[in-house]
Ligand binder design. Sequence first.
Ligand SMILES: C[S@@+](CC[C@H](N)C(=O)[O-])C[C@H]1O[C@@H](n2cnc3c(N)ncnc32)[C@H](O)[C@@H]1O
Length: 311
Amino acid sequence: MGQDKDQKKKNKKRNRSSENEKSIEKVVVTKEEKVVTQQKQKQQQGNCNNPSKKKKSQEFFPFGNYRNYYGYRISHDTDEDPRLKVLKKEWFQGKDCLDIGCNSGIMTIHIAKKFGCRSILGVDIDSSRIEDAHWHLRKFVRMQSSAKPTEKKSSSEGADGSKEQSISHSNAETKSETKDLSQIVSFQKENFVQTRNLDENSYDTILCLSVTKWVHLNWGDDGLITLFSKIWRLLNPGGIFVMEPQPWKSYENNRRVSETTAMNYRSIVLRPEHFQEILLDKIGFRTVEDLTSSLSGASKGFDRQILAFQK
Ligand SMILES: C[S@@+](CC[C@H](N)C(=O)[O-])C[C@H]1O[C@@H](n2cnc3c(N)ncnc32)[C@H](O)[C@@H]1O
C-alpha cells in the first residue's frame, strides 16, 4: 500500500513536470506559430498584389517551360530520345546548330554528343530551364571525362528530377568525345520571337521541337510567322530546319494557361496542317522531308510529325 502511495506521488510529480514542459513547448510553438502566421499573411498579401508569384508556386508553365519535361517525355524503357534516331548525322556533324526552346538542354546535349556538332546553342525563354541546362551540361562533361570508352548506358536522376542518360560510347558518338562538350554546347536565355539580332550569327541547322504551339498560343499567327521568318534568315543557304509541330488538337488542352493564350487561341487562323505550305510557299524553303514514318518508340501523346526543310 505504502509503495502504491509513493508511486502515485512520483507519477503526480512526473505529470506536473511534463505539463510544465508542454506549456514551455506551447509558448515556444506559439511564438513560432505567430512568426509563421505573420510570414504566411505577408506572403498572401504579396501574392494578392502580385498574381504571378501565386501562379509560380502553383507550377505555372505558360510557355511549355515544364520542369522535368524529359522525365515524362522519354519513356523509362528507352535508351535514348526516339527523335535522335530520325535525325541525320550530316545535318549536325561539324555544323553550327541552334536549338530553339531547348528546355533543360538534354536533347541539345545528346545531339552534340551523338552527331559531333561543331557548335550548338540552346535558347529558352525561361531562365530556370537554362540553369537546369547548364547543370546538365556540367554533369555530362564530368561523366565524359570519367567515362571509359567501353562503358554502357546508365540512368540517373537529373537536377530537375528528369531521367538523365549517359549514352554508351558507340562509334557514331566517339568523334564528339575528343572535344570537351562544354566547348561545343552553350545555353542562353532568350525569347526567340522578340529578341535576336539577326546579323549576329548564322547556322547550318536549326531545331524547333515541340515549340510552335507555345509561340503560336503566346504570340498568335504574327508570332508564328516571325518565328519562321527569323529561322529562314538565320540559316545559311542549303541549311536545314527541323520542326516538330504539335497538332491543333493539343492546342485545346493548353489554351487556358493564361489570358493571352486564351485570347490568341480564339483568333488563330493558321493551323499546324498549313505550316508545311507556309514554309515552302511563303517563307521560301526549297524542299521538305517528312521523317515521321521512321519514328518509333515515342511515348504516348508524343508521336508527333517531324519535318526537315532545306533552305
Ligand atoms: C515543350 S518544351 C520542348 C523542349 C525541347 N525543344 C524538346 O522538344 O525536347 C518547349 C520549350 O520552348 C520554350 N519556349 C517557348 N516559347 C519560347 C520562345 N519564344 N523563345 C524561346 N523559348 C521558348 C519553353 O520555355 C520550353 O522549354
